[in-house]
Design a protein around this ligand. Sequence first.
Ligand SMILES: [Ca+2]
Ligand SMILES: [Ca+2]
Ligand SMILES: [Ca+2]
Length: 487
Amino acid sequence: MPHTSLRVWIICLALVAGALAGLGSTPHAQGRGIASPDRQPSALNMKQRLLAGEVMPINMPSEIRLLQERRAASPRRVYAPGRVIVKLVDGGTEESLRALSARARGRSVARSAYADFVVVQLDPAADVVQAAAELAAAPGVVYAEPDAIRYPSYVPNDPLYSLQWNFHRLGMERTWDINRGADSAVVVAVLDGGVAYLDKGNFREAPDLVGTNFVAPHDFIWDDEEPVDFGGHGTHVTGTIAQRTGNGLGVAGIAFNVSIMPVKTIADEIDEVLGAPNLGTSSTVAEAIHYAVDHGANVINMSFGGPAESTVEHDAIAYALSKGVFLAAAAGNSGDTGNEPSFPAASAWEFEGLVAVAALDYNFNRAPYSNSNAYVEVGAPGGNLEVDADGDGYPDGILQETLDLDLVSQGIFNQFGYFFLQGTSMAAPHVSGLAALLMKQGVKSPKAVEAIIEATATDVGPAGRDNDTGFGVINPRAAIFGMGLAK
Ligand SMILES: [Ca+2]
Ligand SMILES: [Ca+2]
Ligand SMILES: [Ca+2]
């Protein structure tokens, strides 16, 4: 079994917002690290060279090489470089701190604002074990020790499921009693920045997606059939829908037995830096919708958006609905920054079968960033990294497995971790997953799927429909209970 990083990382909204900004936005070409890759004359583009294993991170610029060397030399550091913790008898008067610094030849000595110790910062190359021993022997020192790095522990079935408050709050266990994650005849197209579904060259399938059935992959950014993920957004979104569940690894997904159609539709900054021929735009969205419909998708997830309305996109949505395909769209992440409408979600009120999804926090209130508009139809958990309302010690993001987000900007696309993200991007796949369960129950019409999801939503906030949460928070068990063929 491949070894997977089980660190739990926290990142801010910026990444999600950055991915969302790809649609119709100006290219952000200052992607760090891979701006000037080793480009030899080649008939292959950078992505193909990466897929072929022709270009490895070691061939990339110096900071990527440096990172690789560090990782190879020091897979897991025990102590923070140059840092020694000291507790002083007097708590650290100015005089004792000066004496301490002189003795240690420290670059700085800083008192903790939260607890009774000081941190001595030495040269990063210093032997911190030896330095701590020397400082411990000094007058007025209670103890001194190197500053040890802590990594979250991991106890192995879906052991991190306990951190998926979103699924607990939605009653997914009682839902899975009725419908165990749909089946592979239901196809959910993930129109996003790609999915880590393929083992090839510099890319690897996400360990907690191994066993998921992938169909008809396509990449509209690079114009090929291998929509691998360079950014981590699409893999995280896919995880909420179809993370392998009950496999003893990592986390769970809502509709974990569906087939996923990875369709790369939006561009990450890295795609642009590597020379991708297309940005994610309304034209790629329209193409992707048509492609998904024509290749057997039942549900389309769209965790992206942009402020400009698009006719080509609008027409593609109408086409999908005419072919019996349901769509979910992220309502937008500008709720606290101007609340500008985000398309295609902003068209959802026009279409029965396209649902605009707002992001809710643990208490089912609108997350601060989530758009509040007349087009919002339902809410689903999207997380709020500013709070820890469930008290589990982690900010309340949505946890799924994805690419190691610290490494993707260094050109490394085959390392994975479990990341808390927030955004309406994270909320929409809850609705896509629920739609897939309803399809499995025999509810085939996208119009009926939307009607059921809205009619069974739990009203939250002001009574009745409101702009923050639409008809309320989705209620998966109520939605599928008594519906269709399956018990
Ligand atoms: Ca799992
Ligand atoms: Ca609608
Ligand atoms: Ca929490």
